[in-house]
Design a protein around this ligand. Sequence first.
Ligand code: HAM
Length: 423
Amino acid sequence: MRFQSLPGFRDFFPADFAARQHIVSAWRDTARKYAFEEYDGPPLEPLELYVEKSGEEIVGQLYAFTDKGDREVALRPEMTPTLARMVGERGRAMPKPIRWFSVPQLFRYERTQRGRLREHFQWNVDIIGEDDVAADAEVLAVALDGLAALGLGADDVEARVNDRRLLEALLVHGGVPRDRLGTAYAAIDKMSRETPDETRQRLAEDAGLAADVVGAVMAVFDHDLDGLEAAYGDVEAVAPELARLRRYFETLATMGWADHVRFDPRIVRGLDYYTGTVFEIFDRQGELRAICGGGRYDDLLSAVSDLELSAVGFGMGDVVLAELLRARGLLPEAAPGPDYHVVTITDDERPVLRRVARRLRDAGHSVSYTLRQVGVGKQFKDADSRNAREVVVLGPDEVGRGVAVVRSMATGDEREVPLDELG
Ligand code: HAM
């Protein structure tokens, strides 16, 4: 091979494209069911849009360069800053809350590994301009319903939910200085992939916390929501946060998603701009990386524009999701074939074939035929390899009588159809 695609970038051969299309169609149909409108933005943005807003991890992975006009630019690594920029520009005049979705291709120079590539497609669903937990519940419901549309239910996936405001109140109560919260979050974010000792070490060394504070932080993670209520329910800063999170869970329960969601205080998310509820969706077997991540980010709009609007949303990538769907046999193996492949016995029926094909296509069917006249066996082989649903056979006798024979490729059943009824 003289050329190969770059590491972490994918070719979508037709069968791969069919799988991608299957996923994206379910995403679009679901977003529309919840009355979200589709938008898009440019794949290249000013570098500045990501620096400081998204956080160190993503900025370290940017595809960035100086363009011919001396502008510092970057390929978009995520959609949220673009969304904030666009809503910041025109949002003042829009009815609130704004309900928007998008399916951008994103670029991050990551160490390529299972479930992580250097480009991916990501379903983004966001509500802008609504503080109530009903908005947080609505976007999580969209994410879960999108997975359900693909065949993944409560036995397959689970949303782990937390609230940064609750975590902040608990950590500050435990003695973490406010200026160390960021580094403490970074250590907590890695908890599910590391041993408790490694987390303790990070909290002590990276966040510079004293041994008793490290102990107080670690104690938080021994609890579920009831346990936290019992242990910290009367701490003034913690109580309202617990109550809000309860309301979030109750809202999701009445929407029918109780068995899909679980409180997990270790979920903080790697991006800096989250200010409230945060969640990640994982496969139940815990084999794969996160399928989806999101949360509330009430300060991002004011950071990139003159508008101050609260916001909540998520991003769901196609890479991990496709892996899970493939493992469950829930992805189409090949591109869909044509509805009809038209076959002619002799060259004389070719003009009729072209008229029949034209009429069937005008009626909205997909139609193929073997472009040059070859033996009937070869034409059937062609129909088979293209995965055609039915074959329309035009022979001299049939055409003389004004009919065609239509044969189902699945069952072999044949029927005669008048030519003027085809199409
Ligand atoms: P994120 O957690 O960085 O969030 O990405 C969301 C999802 O995109 C991940 O859970 C994963 O499925 C997928 N993903 C991310 N990076 C890669 C990669 N290198 N290869 C394959 N898949 C990947 C965000 O991007 C936020 N902007 C989401 C958001 C929208 N928050 C609020 N609104």
